[in-house]
Design a protein around this ligand. Sequence first.
Ligand code: PRX
Length: 655
Amino acid sequence: MNPQIDNLLHENRKFPPSDAFVSQALATAALYDEAKADRLEFWANQARELHWDTPFTQTLDWSNPPFAKWFDDGTLNVAYNCLDRHVEAGNGDRVAFHWEGEQGDSRSVTYAELTAEVKRAANVLSGLGIGQGDRVAIYLPMIPEAVVAMLAVARLGAVHSVIFGGFSADSIRSRVDDASAKLVITADGGWRKGKVSALKPAVDAALEARGDLGPQETVTNVLVVKRGENQVDWTDRDLWWHEEMAKADAEHEAQPFPAENPLFILYTSGTTGKPKGILHTSGGYLTQSAFTHKVVFDLKPESDVYWCTADIGWITGHSYVVYGPLANGTTQVLYEGTPDTPHPGRWWEIIEKYKVTTFYTAPTAIRSFMKLGRKIPKKFDLSSIRLLGSVGEPINPEAWMWYRKVIGAKAAPIVDTWWQTETGAMMISALPGVTETKPGSAQVPIPGISIDVVDDDGVHVGTGNGGLLVVTEPWPSMLRGIWGDPERYQETYWDKFGDKYFAGDGARLDDDGDIWLLGRVDDVMNVSGHRLSTAEIESALVAHPFTAEAAVVGAADETTGQAVVAFVIIKESMLEESAAVEDIAAVLRSHVGEQIGPIARPRDVFVVNELPKTRSGKIMRRLLRDVAEGRDVGDTTTLADTTVMQIITGQVSAK
Ligand code: PRX
């Protein structure tokens, strides 16, 4: 590749950790030295923090790349590691979850209570014929039962496939079929945006959609948690969760399973239309999710209250709500609803209520709060916060600084964590108390992780240059494949470089060697032969005082190949001031030109009221590209708000 992604964010601000933080920090620079001295022994030591029924003797088997085996001859039970061992260690009374319903109902669940519920649930599932290797689909709201269901499946050595509650019946059907799931666990409904959002009807529709076509129905039962109290249809295969739980035996002894026993499948979109079932296994996954959760969040299990806002339907919910934090005996907040219900300060109110110390969220959320203004968080006492995390997309320096000032009181370190569904756990992040942080950069590989930025031929680009992000050595929580499609696994991630995992992200090494993520390479544009990153231009746009949020796409252009098209939301507080400007688009275009260079100047800037986002908060650039290229807008079913595209199309065509 010609690494032209070098019109980059020139960030000179650096924030060394405070003496107060360093003096109590868990991580020290020695971790890097240890990992460097003997990478495999380093990971073996991290794995030994878990409870193994049979200790492993071999750390890594990489004899058949890219199919890795970690800790292969060891056996363990993942759920035992997340539950029973904490109770046996005398920590049964510690709260595992402070659960908060959207309506303000709440419930605190201790480790002893969670363990007891998972034991019962494991008995319910085995009574329904679920055993080692069977697949169970989970389609639930953010309620404690979602965690119980996942851990009960794991306890039996079975495999869960959590389907995000915002997905449609078709998506459920295709996921159930792809994994040949035997059981679906769902709820009548859950609370979202002030009302009950029904879930079971989508499962019913998915299962009815079988018709005469396709393979034999594999689902024998549907377990239904009562949460929304909404009316639901009932069929012979349906069972109420609470009734089955009441009947179930309270005793359940966790059995050991091999380290490479599959733990879960999680579907994620690829470049083709068919989602990929990313497969994760047990010992390596738990090792890396627990280790990173501990050191990146400087975890003090006795005193911290940790809150990761991700839904359990995404990898962040798997690794940093369920497995990592529970393996470490963490006390967490689990929130059912949306950030703005019933009022826009809901999240900050929850932080105040539970005295959250460690908060982990996505840049898109941070930018939405920026848009609303600092007055809202300022109404709440956020003084308990001592550490902030970011995940999911590049965080622009503007949002980073806002997060630091408004939420972190200019004191809490911010860790920007880069990883993917495929990597299973964090791969790049600052270590708080060790790394001098830089707004906008994910910075350095986690100890024991080998990352590089290379050109198209796989050659290291060197500091100051841009290229493709690769992982050069196998890591414990790496995906073990794509469910049922080993060739696609090989092709998608390994064929490009042969011996390196290709992450699909563009990245740049700055002069200090720190890593800056530039977005997916499929979001990298080529304008007049120059490579430009959507993230880079968005960051420039958001740095303008008028801009709250921006999304940039590359639209086909006869002259330049691709042209930069930007969609921008103006900050509420700037509406009056911006209205007085004759041509906002021209102002923003030249601002980008000034920030990055004339080549990056957008061809079009459209001021819009909303951006199309999935319910997980990802901007759907595909739809914006459709608008920018004057096509009919494609499938909008995964949007949080399906009307938003009509409005944007109207706004753009009115120009
Ligand atoms: O492009 C990167 C971006 O999100 C992609 C992975 O998405 P997903 O599998 O849904 O997992 C999201 C949660 C881990 C990556 O290829 N991404 C994730 N974290 C960051 C990021 N981009 C920049 N900075 C991050 N911290």
